[in-house]
Design a binder for this molecule. Structure first.
Ligand SMILES: [Zn+2]
Length: 88
């Protein structure tokens, strides 16, 4: 119930995970960005996921900088999908 009331203001864990690749790519804007940020500020699990994801991305990008690899957004999506699968 509380989640329903808060929904316009704060993204759910599920939504945050769905949007996290866009967030990392800087593609979230306005209201969606604000909602994900609010969620991240109060959910330590999603924050931990964001931190490990961005660390992984840095490593992938430093590895990939010398050669052509898959687009970063596809890589983020693949990593997020793997994390979501692991948590079920
Ligand atoms: Zn969360």
């Amino acid at each position: 119930m509380l989640n329903l009331l808060l929904k316009p203001w704060i993204a759910s864990c599920h939504e945050t995970r769905d949007r996290i690749s866009d967030y990392l790519d800087g593609e979230l804007e306005g209201r969606n960005l604000a909602r994900v940020r609010r969620h991240l500020s109060r959910c330590h699990r999603c924050r931990a996921m964001l931190e490990s994801l961005s660390r992984m991305l840095e490593q992938l990008r430093s590895l990939g900088s010398s050669e052509q690899v898959a687009p970063a957004s596809a890589t983020v999506s693949a990593v997020v999908a793997r994390i979501q699968r692991d948590e079920r």
